[in-house]
Ligand binder design. Structure first.
Ligand code: UDP
Ligand code: MG
Length: 313
């Protein structure tokens, strides 16, 4: 019998976990030709997520947990889920029911048809229009800059075949931007659309600052184009300055020295200074990334788990 692992990262989701298991049971019990496991990755929650998971595991043997030693972030939690269990296909979904489990049969059907990645894509129904405007402009921008195409609404809710998840695990970078990594690995992919669902219990773990940082990560993780933009910006200002110096020199030669101009001096200082600082910042971001990668720290530390050690490299 083929095995499906449903991997669910959870961080302070005590109100949602039992409900998630019930809803998943409704879906999976209808399919007797596959064996299902639910792997909850508890990302260092400070509420009763851990105890709730232990109770559920005691009642239902197919419910498993991996407890992290602290909060390592959702990317690390997904990675741990993919590494720790055996499966023929893995389904990644959130633990707040914003990813409707009712789509799971459709994901599985497409996998059985031969697709390696089956992505559930959400629309932005019910979302504040400013947020969706920001998101749309961001995806427009990022797809002009980066080499892999990232699509609005395609997140972590997806099914990965064994070879797709193995390809994903072989990308061992520390600062992971999964949205881009899924596209980078390639393989036949099918997209299924669904209506956006509003979170009912608990709250989103994303602050505005985190969203901005996530946006910057997306741009910097996939290319070095910002460095090239700095280069062209520098080149353009250099040529402009040359032109301006030549022009002023010509004026001095033909008409004598003018009254020294405050405006031109200050604008040159400000313009050059800001371009230099901006470029230094971009270079610094890349150096920071190199520094983080060279440390080769593990992505997460497991406290305890109901599964044995790592199954995949
Ligand atoms: N999550 C996690 N670690 C974190 C933050 C979030 O494992 O540090 C989990 C969270 O419990 C949820 C999923 O990731 O199951 C998505 O988080 P959230 O609902 O806050 O994100 P949003 O839906 O607002 O994008
Ligand atoms: Mg959510």
């Amino acid at each position: 019998m083929k095995k499906i692992a449903i991997i669910i990262p959870v961080y302070n989701e005590q109100e949602n976990i039992t409900r998630v298991v019930h809803v998943l049971d409704d879906v999976t019990q209808k399919n007797s030709s596959l064996s299902f496991q639910y792997i909850f990755v508890n990302d260092g929650s400070s509420d009763h997520t851990k105890e709730t998971l232990e109770q559920l595991h005691a009642q239902k043997k197919y419910v498993h947990f991996i407890n992290f030693s602290r909060n390592f972030g959702k990317e690390a939690a997904l990675l741990a889920g993919l590494k720790h269990c055996e499966y023929d296909a893995a389904i990644l979904m959130d633990g707040d029911l914003q990813h409707p489990p009712s789509l799971i049969p459709e994901l599985i059907t497409a996998w059985e048809e031969g697709y390696d990645q089956v992505v559930a894509k959400r629309d932005r129904q019910g979302e504040h229009f400013i947020k969706s405007l920001f998101a749309k402009s961001y995806y427009y921008l990022i797809n002009r800059i980066t080499s892999v195409e990232m699509k609005d609404g395609e997140g972590d809710f997806r099914l990965l075949s064994k070879r797709a998840s193995e390809a994903l695990l072989s990308l061992n970078e520390h600062q992971r931007f999964s949205k881009g990594l899924y596209e980078w690995i390639g393989f036949p992919k099918k997209t299924i659309c669904y209506r956006n669902v509003i979170r009912e219990d608990g709250e989103t773990k994303w602050s505005f600052k985190q969203l901005i940082n996530y946006g910057v990560d997306g741009i910097l993780s996939f290319n070095t184009k910002p460095l090239r933009i700095c280069f062209y910006l520098g080149l353009a200002t250099f040529l402009l300055s040359l032109f301006y110096i030549g022009y002023t020199f010509f004026q001095i030669v033909s008409g004598g020295i003018d009254v020294p101009g405050y405006f031109t001096t200050i604008s040159a200082v400000l313009l050059l200074g800001s371009i230099q600082l901006f470029s230094l910042g971009i270079i610094g971001e890349y150096i920071g990334r190199i520094y983080n990668e060279t440390k080769k720290r593990p992505h997460y530390i497991v406290d305890n788990a109901s599964l044995e050690g790592e199954q995949h490299d």
